[in-house]
Design a protein around this ligand. Structure first.
Ligand code: AMP
Ligand code: MG
Length: 408
């Protein structure tokens, strides 16, 4: 294990925490769905093509189906013996010195080995076309299987289905397919100070922003989400709500995992039989994050500050949801390298995720921080379009330094 030493203990690195999550969890099982509702779901089978796509040789352009040897010397006059629209069954074989008008997608007749596009032809008399240019064999012919070959594995278990994958499945005639069951996710906000609804705030109270935000994050990752509302910082209230939450595939709590007098989430989880896999990771923001499991339920205790809650969600909960859905790698969003527009100094050996604004100037990706990085300032996360990742080892990152960024 790598990480920063705090007292006698070595704190877990973000990398090792990710590995621990990957190792502790696995796919939760599949359900058949129809293609019309499969967008965004994760494939739970390998898709093997049972047919070639396209299934027959066809024309890539509107023009004339020819035998390339007949047009080796041009101009060449050919008798037009018919017309082949898209969707028609293949017509009779092409005889020497003859042709058929053919439309894009039309089936190439036997004997024909090329299509001369319309622009390279002229009609000289009714029933006779003059071909103005020679073409090689297979010119403008789309071969059977040139997109997908029968027997090949086109899509793999664990693929997130985007519109293009929906199109591929349709092209193979797959109207029903197995996808991962949607993980059932429960969200619980904890804290005596949390007020719900839109009534005026009592003195000392704040609104529960984490609950709706975490629900939205889980929903965006394909979960079926249930909000458990707010639990107060007392053992009884927490125990009842968390016990209910442990029926889910994934329970996400916010608040109550630090070292304050009212931070009881870890203790209650333990009493309820949750095996704590880690508690505290060498990152900022979000250091107190907790991960545990009970049976097949994954439990995340996220810190209460909204920015910490979102960053730890993105770093740990999102990969976990992907793992539960059978994704092959819990890959994070797009990562790239950008040039810092100003110096950032970091005073500890943690891995920092700095809210950043990425832009491009003259082909160079530039990034700057949104400003002060207090972890309660959620509006700065809304200004940000990326997280700047500052590795554990570094302390000073000067203007012009190349840094890794993760798009939000
Ligand atoms: P905690 O992690 O419980 O110590 O909370 C850290 C900070 O986050 C405190 O200022 C809390 O008031 C705040 N906080 C906790 N839960 C929420 C929440 N659900 N929505 C917004 N802020 C919260
Ligand atoms: Mg609290």
């Amino acid at each position: 294990m790598t990480g920063e030493t705090q007292g006698t203990a070595t704190m877990l690195s973000a990398f090792d925490a990710g590995q621990a999550i990957w190792d502790a969890l696995g796919p939760i099982g599949a359900v058949p769905v129809s293609l019309s509702v499969a967008l965004g779901r994760v494939l739970a089978e390998d898709i093997v093509a049972l047919e070639d796509v396209p299934s027959f040789d066809n024309a890539a352009m509107d023009g004339y189906a020819v035998r390339s040897e007949d047009v080796a010397s041009v101009p060449a006059a050919l008798a037009v013996l018919g017309e082949i629209p898209a969707g028609a069954a293949p017509g009779p074989a092409l005889q020497p010195k003859s042709t058929a008008r053919i439309m894009t997608g039309g089936a190439i007749p036997a004997g024909c080995d090329a299509v001369v596009q319309q622009e390279w032809t002229e009609i000289v008399a009714p029933g006779t076309v003059r071909i103005l240019r020679s073409v090689a064999a297979r010119h403008n012919v789309r071969n059977a299987g040139s997109d997908i070959v029968r027997g090949s594995t086109v899509l793999h278990f664990g693929t997130v289905l985007r519109p293009q994958e929906i199109g591929i499945l349709a092209s193979l005639g797959r109207s029903v397919l197995d996808v991962s069951r949607k993980p059932a996710a429960y969200v619980l906000a904890t804290g005596n100070e949390l007020s719900e609804g839109d009534a005026p705030l009592a003195p000392g109270m704040i609104r529960n922003s984490n609950g709706p935000m975490l629900s939205a994050l889980l929903e965006a990752e394909g979960c079926t989400v249930r909000g458990l509302g707010v639990a107060r910082d007392d053992r009884n209230g927490l125990t009842a709500k968390i016990r209910e939450g442990l029926e889910a595939d994934i329970l996400v709590t916010s608040g109550g995992v630090s070292v304050g007098a009212y931070d009881l989430v870890g203790e209650v989880l333990r009493v309820l039989g949750v095996e704590i896999r880690f508690w505290k990771v060498n990152i900022r923001p979000g250091m107190p994050v907790l991960f545990g499991t009970k049976g097949r339920t994954a439990v995340f205790g996220l810190p209460g500050n909204p920015v910490s809650a979102m960053v730890t969600f993105l770093k740990f909960v999102r990969p976990a949801v992907r793992r539960l859905q059978g994704c092959r790698a819990a890959e994070e969003g797009v990562r790239l390298t950008a040039m810092l527009e100003h110096e950032i100094v970091k005073l500890d050996g943690k891995r920092h995720f700095v809210r950043g604004i990425l832009r491009e100037e003259k082909g160079v990706p530039l990034v700057r921080s949104t400003g002060p990085q207090l972890s309660n300032v959620l509006s700065s996360l809304s200004l940000a379009n990326c997280l700047i990742v500052l590795p554990e080892e570094g302390r000073s990152f000067p203007a012009g330094a190349r840094v890794e960024v993760e798009l939000l």
